[in-house]
Design a protein around this ligand. Structure first.
Ligand code: ZN
Length: 261
C-alpha cells in the first residue's frame, strides 16, 4: 500500500528506476523479483528523489538518461502487474516526468533546485516554484439505451475502440468539457451527464474524470483528426476494448453489467 509521505529522513530503501523518455515512459525491471518494479534495498544518492512509502518501506525515484535494453513500457507494466501497483507506478511516472521537465525556472530561466519537504522545484533567482503538473481530462461513455458510442484514435492498436476523452480547457468546467469534446469528436449531443469516478493517468500527467452521458442525437460525424472512426456498438457485438486497468474499460464494464441484468 502507498503512503503519501516523502521519506526525507531516510538515506536508504527501495528504488524505482525510470528511463527518461518522451514517448513511452519505461521502468527498469527487477531481476529475481519479477512481480515488483522496486529495486532491492540500497543506499540512496543525491540524484534520487525520495518518493513515498510502499508497504512501509521507503521508496526513492531515480531517473536515468540512457536506458539499456530490456526496459518495460509503463503501460505494459500496468497491464501485467496486479492493480494494487497502479498508484505507485502512477506516482513514480508522474513525478519523474515533472522532475525532468522543470529543471529550469519557467519565469526567469535560471536553474531550479529540488525542495526536500514537498514535490517542488524552487528558483533561487526569482523565488518562483513549480509543483507537479496534473492535467484534468474528461472521459465519457456516451450511451443510447444499451448501445455504446465508442471511437478509435489513429494511435490505437488495430481493432481497438474506446470511450471519448479530452483535456479540460482553461476557464472550462468538467461538464462543459464533456459536452464540447463529445460534439467536437463525434458530432453528437448529450444530456443526463453523471460523474462516475476519477483515475490518475500518468501518460504523462493526466487526471481522468469519468462520466456517463446519454445521447440525444445519434448521427455520428467524426472530426477525422483525433478520431479515426466511431460507431454505436451493441453489448452483444463489441470491438477490442481498452485494457482492464483503465477507467475507460471500467465505464464500459459498469454499463455492460447494468444491461446484463
Ligand atoms: Zn526564476
Amino acid at each position: 500500500m502507498l503512503k503519501r509521505d516523502i521519506p526525507t529522513q531516510e538515506s536508504a530503501g527501495r528504488v524505482i528506476v525510470l528511463a527518461k523518455s518522451k514517448l513511452a515512459p519505461a521502468v527498469l525491471p527487477t531481476h529475481g523479483e519479477p512481480h515488483t518494479p522496486l529495486q532491492p534495498w540500497q543506499p540512496w544518492d543525491a540524484s534520487m528523489q525520495p518518493l513515498c512509502y510502499w508497504d512501509d518501506e521507503p521508496v526513492a525515484l531515480k531517473v536515468v538518461t540512457r536506458p539499456e535494453e530490456g526496459w518495460i513500457d509503463g503501460r505494459q507494466w500496468m497491464a501485467e502487474l496486479p492493480s494494487r501497483w497502479f498508484s505507485l507506478l502512477s506516482t513514480a511516472l508522474q513525478v519523474g516526468a515533472w522532475l525532468e521537465n522543470h529543471r529550469f525556472c519557467g519565469r526567469c530561466g535560471a536553474h531550479a533546485t529540488r525542495l526536500e519537504a514537498e514535490f517542488a522545484m524552487h528558483c533561487h533567482a526569482c523565488g518562483h516554484r513549480n509543483y507537479p503538473r496534473i492535467s484534468p481530462c474528461i472521459i465519457t461513455l456516451v450511451t443510447c439505451g444499451e448501445s455504446l458510442l465508442l471511437a478509435r484514435s489513429p494511435r490505437f492498436p488495430p481493432g481497438r475502440y474506446s470511450t471519448l476523452a479530452g483535456f479540460i480547457e482553461p476557464g472550462e468546467s468538467a461538464e462543459e468539457a464533456v459536452h464540447r469534446e463529445v460534439f467536437e469528436e463525434v458530432g453528437v449531443h448529450i444530456d443526463q451527464l453523471r460523474y462516475y469516478q476519477s483515475q490518475a493517468w500518468p501518460f504523462p500527467h493526466s487526471l481522468m474524470l469519468g462520466f456517463f452521458a446519454e445521447a440525444t442525437t445519434k448521427r455520428i460525424r467524426i472530426d477525422g483528426v483525433e478520431i479515426a472512426d466511431a460507431a454505436w456498438f451493441s453489448p452483444r457485438k463489441l470491438p477490442a476494448l481498452p485494457p482492464p486497468y483503465s477507467i475507460s474499460r471500467e465505464l464500459i464494464e459498469v454499463h455492460l453489467e447494468k444491461w446484463q441484468q
